[in-house]
Design a protein. Sequence first.
Length: 228
Amino acid sequence: MSTRALDGTAGAQQETVRVVIVDDHAIFRSGLKADLDPRVTVVGEAGTVDQAIEVIARTRPDVVLLDVHLPGGLGGGGREVIAGCAALLGTTKFLALSVSDAAEDVVAVIRAGARGYVTKTISGAEITDAVFRVAGGDAVFSPRLAGFVLDAFGTAPADVADDELDKLSARELEVMRLIARGYSYKEVAKELFISIKTVETHVSAVLRKLQLSSRHELTKWAAERRLL
């Protein structure tokens, strides 16, 4: 994953970007709308997980400005919103916007599919720039947060990533790591917001692609490659 720290310098930008704002504080949503550049068109707002999924599916925005911690749903917050809109990930980009700068929050929402993560301390001009960059395909982070992502996604040995891991899809890789860490199928399903049947399908595919016969062998395989 390529990353770019937010520095306030705009790249090539389209004329307008359609945005949905997801945050459980109405006052913050109002203030953010007022601070955004006129070229950013807010087409919807939501304050809960369930509202967000409905609004995003209905409006199909270019970018979703997404708080990490939200009420509603199954308690997954921003990650659950992204999972609920998985069918739109090819066209709709998600940019996390949160007061939290904790590494676990940053990595979790990026693993879920967000294209960037910025904190609420940035200015209206900076968030506008971030919106345009994410809409254009960049991955954008507040400066100190990019390191969390590079640490989390850049630890696998190159030969493993290039050979064996390339056999797995992004979702299969997530499932593989959780199963190898000892999670039950039910726990994996809850963590990734997918069905137990889907977990079983992914595990079967992982074992077949890696030519392994059991989760015990999978755990050993992952441990030897420092993937746990």
